[in-house]
Design a protein around this ligand. Structure first.
Ligand code: HEM
Length: 535
């Protein structure tokens, strides 16, 4: 049943024939041969030598040798669950059809199955879940029109606004290529030269950078998308998930206390709540803006380092998601799941957000490498509806995505010989008009510090204290060129932020250790000891 600890082996695609003397529990090889001896390889005498035709052994060990696939280059550590999305049929007080024709949203009470994967970003597959990091919040909706993936994070903004910078951003946060350790100096070296990251820093180095678990955190699409209605008219939208369990974040000290005993606490928390029937729920809310440049705003609506102010662009509820079933096999369902920002259904569209455009190439590209060419044939990724294509072959082809009466000789289109036909167009396409010069330039309305300063002032006292401590902890050992620049950027956001960071750094360098958040510079203690011994 997947929700309890006892999981049964339902759902395999094999038939249930057994040979004489076998029953359904009989161990076999992957070729179906009954395995009479699973303890010993075949040898000359019981001390060896072994023979090379040990098929059952070689099949078993060579499968084992291939049990790992490349982990995700980012978001490698994750946990997943199945559930359902239920539409409200409205967006706030208005019928949703005014803005989008996407079928999953139209009727009140309409249910769409979903699969969600939560994750941390920077570290490897079994890294502690207590680390300071954005949290991934990726949702796959198996709609009647095919899959829709909403690939978001817990925080509502991002470090950068141009996809060109993503590999550099991630390299600065991954372990140092020489020492193989994450370093505050490298992270802030990139950030102090990337002022648009300050809004993200204002969240990430506060307790918002360590959600207490996956159930009690928000989600956000971060990038700007479009909704398209039956007339082909579009609006800009941003998506937000609000946890009905409330929000809970951790200070660095609280996280360290958990990590000392358990580095899987978020995976455990999600699995156990679902197993107990305490299903976590999130309301999906959207912000809507007309589809233009909005010169009246002091930021660009397509800039993902900005929040759309809630008083001008209210969060309008459109439905609710409930996670109610644990995976039966982590690898098959969670590790091999593949989400991408290009995976949209009719009525949903891309905006010109440059990050979104770059992301959209990256996801399916990495998945063809990470999981394989036919990753969309795996049950977790396959749409739960009719799929018929002319794509064939490639590694691990599992079946042909064909129509029941299709002439299987015809894997091309157009054809007069009973091949597949294009789908009829049910509504006009959204066809935005473009006129402009091709160029490589950053956007005009950068306004890098205003919202970051507002966030600094909106934090509660304990959150601001934690933010300062964590930045001091990460920067105390950094090169002065990096830490001085960070003080300058924080001052640009709010003079109090800059002053407190400068004071904290001075104290820390004067020998007084920062109170918390020193997770990047753990060797600082041993270096200090070595220095003391040397003098
Ligand atoms: C995962 C690229 C920005 C959220 C990934 C993966 C890549 C990638 C290559 C691994 C996918 C896989 O192996 O299946 C990029 C690029 C970005 C970008 C190139 C910017 C240009 C963002 C942003 C967000 C985000 C802004 C948040 C809105 C996620 C999530 C996952 C992910 C949640 C994990 C999905 C899962 O659970 O499988 N990203 N990313 N990414 N990314 Fe991004």
């Amino acid at each position: 049943n997947g929700t309890g600890t006892a999981v049964t082996g339902a759902g395999t695609s094999h038939d249930s024939r057994t040979a004489e003397g076998e029953n359904a529990q009989t161990l076999t090889t992957r070729q179906g041969h009954p395995l009479t001896n699973n303890q010993n390889i075949r040898t000359v005498g019981n001390r060896g030598a072994a023979t090379l035709e040990n098929y059952a052994f070689i099949e078993k060990i060579s499968h084992f040798d291939r049990e790992r696939i490349p982990e995700r280059v980012v978001h490698a550590r994750g946990a997943g669950a199945h559930g359902v999305f239920e539409a409200y049929g409205r967006v706030g007080d208005e019928p949703i059809a005014k803005y989008t024709r996407a079928k999953l949203f139209q009727e009140k009470g309409k249910q769409t199955p979903v699969f969600v994967r939560f994750s941390t970003v920077g570290h490897g597959g079994h890294s502690p879940e207590t680390l300071r990091d954005p949290r991934g919040f990726a949702v796959k909706f198996y709609t009647e029109d095919g899959n829709w993936d909403l690939v978001g994070n817990n925080l509502k903004v991002f470090f950068i606004r141009d996809a060109m910078k993503f590999p550099d951003l991630i390299h600065s946060q991954k372990p140092d290529p020489v020492t193989n350790r994450q370093s505050g100096e490298r992270i802030f070296d990139f950030i102090c030269n990337t002022p648009e990251a300050m809004h993200m820093v204002s969240f990430l180095f506060s307790p918002w950078g360590i959600p207490a678990n996956y159930r009690q955190m928000q989600g956000s699409g971060v990038n700007t998308y479009k909704w398209v209605n039956a007339q082909g008219d579009a609006v800009l939208v941003k998506y937000h998930w609000e946890p009905l369990q409330g929000i809970k974040n951790l200070t660095a000290h609280e996280a360290e206390a958990i990590q000392a005993k358990n580095f899987n606490h978020a995976t455990q928390d999600l699995f156990e709540h679902i197993a107990k029937g305490e299903f976590p729920e999130w309301e999906l809310r959207v912000q809507i803006m007309s589809d233009d440049e909005h010169p009246e705003l002091d930021f660009d609506p397509l800039d993902d380092t900005k929040i759309w102010p809630e008083d001008q662009f209210p969060h309008l509820p459109v439905g609710k998601m409930t996670l109610n079933r644990n995976p039966e096999n982590y690898f098959a369902e969670v590790e091999q799941s593949a989400f991408g920002t290009g995976v949209l259904v009719d009525g949903l569209d891309f905006s010109d957000d440059k990050m979104l455009q770059g992301r959209t190439f990256s996801y399916s590209d990495t998945q063809r490498y990470r999981v394989g060419t036919n990753y969309l044939q795996l049950p977790i990724n396959a749409p739960k509806k009719h799929v018929a294509t002319n794509q064939r072959d490639g590694q691990m082809t599992y079946h042909v995505d064909s129509a029941p009466n299709q002439n299987l000789h015809i894997n091309y289109e157009p054809s007069s010989l009973n091949g597949l036909k294009e789908a009829p167009r049910s509504a006009p396409d959204h066809m935005p008009e473009y006129k402009g010069r091709l160029m490589k330039q950053t956007i005009d309305r950068q306004n890098n510090f205003k919202q970051a300063g507002e966030r600094y002032r909106l934090h509660e006292d304990w959150e601001r204290d934690d933010l300062i401590n964590n930045m001091v902890g990460a920067l105390a050992d950094a090169d002065r060129r990096v830490s001085d620049k960070m003080v300058e950027l924080c001052t640009n956001c709010d003079p109090d932020w800059g002053r407190r960071l400068a004071e904290g750094l001075e104290q820390a360098r004067g020998g007084k250790t920062a109170e918390g958040g020193n997770q990047y510079n753990e060797a600082r203690g041993s270096e200090a000891v070595a220095e003391a011994e040397a003098t």
